[in-house]
Ligand binder design. Structure first.
Ligand code: COA
Ligand code: MG
Length: 302
């Protein structure tokens, strides 16, 4: 089944910043990413790991999806991070700097055969030259008979910009080929995909433009670094009132008795085909989930 869970905004919180970890629970984000990787200095990795496990185990996140970002499989922190993830039981573990399918299996081995980890899926950061070159193979491995729990990709644009030394301007021109490549790999393997962060968090206009661009490129949502970016990402990545009205109109047009055997119709001067019904249903499904989310009562503070 297609995963239509809204992931319009996914907020990174440094695992070492207890204030941010608590604040995340109060923000209107779809996804919270508890980071043990690059936002946490090596000296405080252990403390951050303990703090993140404790925070996640206490729950109280309401509708928010909970994700733990662990250090890369080639680092000394990985094994203990994975052990901590099994103890915390987030909804997903986000693997850093993934460059091979072997790294997905390295994480999978910690989860497999343990009933208590059943609900945990794996997500992969795409943020190195090697990872981007091999992204199709890595994503496609989800369909292999031995399978694994990879469900989504997250672009790490800061890392890939650093490694390649490109100099993107506001239009992100040098980055867009990678965005497209990752979107194709995700779609071909039924994964969702989230865009990289926008560092200049006080520039809300630039942030909004980048959200619009990511959405136009087929991305499902934006990773964000600051509370002030959340509502913009939610608005830009959620179905707009116009899109919702249009989706309803497409479905209604094909439901008319006189159109039941038609494969193609004209609607307000444009052609619609039966495949547009599927797109319309997806839009309404996501809109319904967002509506339900906004009506979910927030958990009482602990
Ligand atoms: N998650 C949750 N809350 C956050 C937050 C985050 N990522 N970033 C800021 N806040 C909170 C602060 O705690 C503060 O809350 P308070 O006023 O209730 O105490 C409020 O938002 C305002 O924060 P502000 O003073 O504007 O930000 P800052 O200067 O302290 O921090 C950053 C700026 C960029 C360092 C910080 O936003 C951050 O650490 N972001 C995440 C970075 C990250 O995880 N990077 C890894 C992936 S790229
Ligand atoms: Mg990174």
């Amino acid at each position: 089944m297609q995963d239509t869970r809204p992931r319009r905004s996914a907020l990174y919180m440094p695992g070492s910043n207890s204030r941010a970890l608590e604040k995340g629970k109060t923000l209107p984000v779809d996804t919270l990413i508890f980071d043990l990787e690059d936002s946490v200095a090596d000296e405080v990795k252990e403390k951050a790991r303990d703090q993140v496990v404790e925070t996640i185990r206490k729950r109280g996140f309401g509708h928010r999806e909970v994700v733990m970002r662990v250090n890369a499989a080639r680092t000394a922190f990985f094994e203990e991070d994975m052990t901590a993830a099994v103890a915390a039981r987030p909804d997903a573990v986000l693997l850093s700097k993934v460059e091979s399918t072997a790294e997905i299996y390295a994480a999978e081995r910690h989860l497999r055969g343990r009933p208590e980890t059943q609900g945990i899926s794996l997500w992969a950061m795409v943020e190195t030259a090697r990872g981007l070159i091999d992204i199709d193979e890595i994503a496609a491995s989800v369909k292999k008979p031995e399978g694994h729990r990879l469900r989504g990709l997250v672009l790490g644009t800061n890392d890939i910009i650093r490694e390649t030394r490109v100099k993107p301007g506001p239009d992100r021109l040098p980055v867009l080929a990678w965005v497209s490549r990752a979107v194709l790999a995700a779609r071909a393997s039924g994964l969702f995909i989230l865009d990289g962060v926008y560092n200049e968090f006080t520039d809300l206009e630039g942030f909004e433009a980048e959200c619009a661009q990511g959405r136009a490129f087929g991305i499902d949502g934006k990773t964000v670094i600051h509370p002030c970016q959340v509502e913009i990402a939610n608005r830009l990545y959620g179905p707009s009132p116009e899109e919702i009205a249009d989706a309803k109109a497409v479905i209604a047009a094909f439901e008319k008795p006189e159109n039941h055997d038609k494969g193609v119709l004209a609607l307000n001067g444009r052609m619609i085909e039966r495949m547009h019904i599927e797109m319309a249903k997806r839009t309404l499904d996501i809109a319904g989930q967002i509506r339900a989310q906004s009506m979910t009562p927030e958990p009482a503070p602990i």
